[in-house]
Design a binder for this molecule. Structure first.
Ligand code: PRP
Ligand code: URA
Length: 210
């Protein structure tokens, strides 16, 4: 089944993305904004989680009300920058397990190189949410999801913050079954594979490495 990418146009999301883009935003604030955006995107990406009805005694009466139906979830941040999104996601999904996949882009070819992969042993039984703030050429997200599928996962979503049209198209073509949620769709990639206008290098800005 082929699904359309979702670009969140909520005012809070747009406001926070604008702050994130600003080159004068420092590491501490940048990290906080990435985490807050992850939380807001998580809210939207989990809209279809199944619920079940339970009876709860309020101080006034018995209420028939809904709780999550206990679906097993796994978060998989793409190292490094995806790590910045984990805390925000876990704030809303505290029972989710966390796997890690390490990929870096070869600076010349822009092709992703995998250097680490550790996923929950029962990943095949979990709904997986892959996290990476930047979807540029789309190669990292494509390869990360290919690896996760090889280990048996079938239900996968991708949450990012800024996407380039090229990245969205590549991810959608490679994995049409994957729901994609991002906060902004930018204009294009420059000759170095950076998203324009983008926000620069997400990993460096989160971890203060430049
Ligand atoms: C960045 C970013 C994505 C990737 C996106 O990571 O966090 O993982 O680039 O680019 P793509 O869509 O063209 O693959 P980078 O390779 O810079 O590694 P880092 O997070 O360790 O800095
Ligand atoms: N990775 C980043 O961190 N930023 C970009 O613009 C592209 C890839």
């Amino acid at each position: 089944m082929s699904k359309q990418p979702m670009i969140l146009d909520h005012p809070l999301v747009q406001h926070k993305v604008s702050l994130l883009r600003n080159k004068n935003t420092g590491t501490k604030e940048f990290k906080e904004l990435v985490s807050e955006l992850a939380m807001l995107l998580c809210y939207e990406a989990t809209r279809d989680l199944p619920t079940e009805e339970v009876e709860i005694e309020t101080p006034v009466a018995v209420a028939r009300t809904k709780v999550l139906a206990g679906r097993k979830l796994a978060l998989v941040p793409i190292l490094r920058a995806g790590l910045g999104m984990v805390d925000g996601m876990l704030t809303l999904l505290p029972a989710a397990k966390v796997g890690h996949i390490g990929l870096y882009r070869n600076e010349e070819t822009l092709e992703p190189v995998e250097y680490y992969c550790k996923l929950p042993a029962d990943i095949a039984e979990r709904d997986v949410i892959v996290l990476d703030p930047m979807l540029a050429t789309g190669g990292s997200a494509r390869d990360a999801i290919t690896q996760i599928k090889k280990r048996g996962a079938r239900s996968i979503k991708f949450i990012g913050i800024i996407a380039a049209p090229e990245g969205l198209a590549k991810l959608h073509e490679s994995h049409p079954d994957v729901d994609i949620y991002v906060a902004a769709l930018d204009d294009h990639l420059n000759e170095n594979g950076y998203i324009v206008p983008g926000l620069g290098d997400a990993g460096d800005r989160i971890f203060g490495t430049k």
